[in-house]
Design a protein around this ligand. Sequence first.
Ligand SMILES: Cc1cc2nc3c(=O)[nH]c(=O)nc-3n(C[C@H](O)[C@H](O)[C@H](O)COP(=O)(O)OP(=O)(O)OC[C@H]3O[C@@H](n4cnc5c(N)ncnc54)[C@H](O)[C@@H]3O)c2cc1C
Length: 346
Amino acid sequence: MRVAVVGAGIVGACTAWALVRKGANVSLFERKRPMAETSRASSKLLHGGLRYLERGHVRLVGKSLQARAAWLRQAPHLCDPLQLLLPVYENAGRARWTIGLGIRLYDLLARGSGFPKGRWFTANEVGALQPALVRTGLQGAYAFYDAKMDDEALGNWVVEQFSAAGGEVICGTAVSHIDDLDDFDRIVNATGPWALELRRTQPGPSAYALDWVRGSHIVLDRLCPAAMLLQVPGEKRIFFVLPRNGQTLIGTTEMRQATPDNPGPTEDEIRYLLDAYNHYLTLPARRSDVADAFAGVRPLIRSADNPSDATREWAFERVGKVLHIYGGKWTTAQLQGEEAAKRTLQ
Ligand SMILES: Cc1cc2nc3c(=O)[nH]c(=O)nc-3n(C[C@H](O)[C@H](O)[C@H](O)COP(=O)(O)OP(=O)(O)OC[C@H]3O[C@@H](n4cnc5c(N)ncnc54)[C@H](O)[C@@H]3O)c2cc1C
């Protein structure tokens, strides 16, 4: 079976790798280079997504936690467990008991994966871990565990596994029409945010609509002694403050946009992230402290008015010999790729 996979983001790479393991003869087409788009602009977390529990997405969180463990088993040199603090303030943000309950459920869903269980730190203990955190009203913090990775390096590792298993990678080739791949027995459209562009070259309306939700991060050239999950002041949204290569990574935003193309972070988003960070840290960061800023566009299946509530699940649509892939997240890309491969070969 000759299969063309279009798009070498993490979803296309995992799908191509799964297909070649199942004995297919696979060519992976990428218009730029592997991991050139959304898959290198993530928060670099392999995570279950604690916040999705609040929205009742228990099944997805469970799957993601098991997927997180699989990445650590397969590529321990490219990902590491990470302790995150979730500070709790008096009369602000979510109640302590809600967070505690969420973390207990998170631990339960992650059972057997070898990660330490969440625990409570007193305000003094938190101060020792993150000395610059605002102490006024601080009750303490829950600690829980996820994993951090280098998305570009781990994604390229998947592409290497695919090549080593006999797959062919063709970079710098944009596929503009499904008919261009007519020689192949099967085609997989794994172009992430651009999936509808290729879908439109086939007849009929697509079964799914996508929401293009840009997320931006900023990088401060300062050490981050402890990773934190914090609530944006005045909103229900959360944001991350993460250690990364001796610097501090802060993100993300959620800006709905009308096209899949990535315009990069706006000044408003950079200001929004700085304000959120400065609300919690006593050593304020100014615009001139921002060493880098980057954005990526999430290809979310349209499922909610508020992009924060949109599902991070994925879906497939089969049209003739083409399988179109919509949605998903980095952490679960191997599960998504495995399922896509099975459906492609049916
Ligand atoms: C700000 C942000 C933070 C995130 N953080 C996390 C996180 O911490 N953990 C997590 O699990 N998930 C996270 N996600 C989600 C995750 O990053 C995405 O779900 C995932 O990277 C999408 O991968 P993809 O392969 O579908 O898309 P992409 O990575 O965008 O890949 C699509 C590829 O297709 C190529 N392409 C497009 N059209 C064509 C064509 N016509 N011909 C050839 N090639 C084409 C593109 O060049 C691109 O390389 C985050 C997302 C964002 C935006």
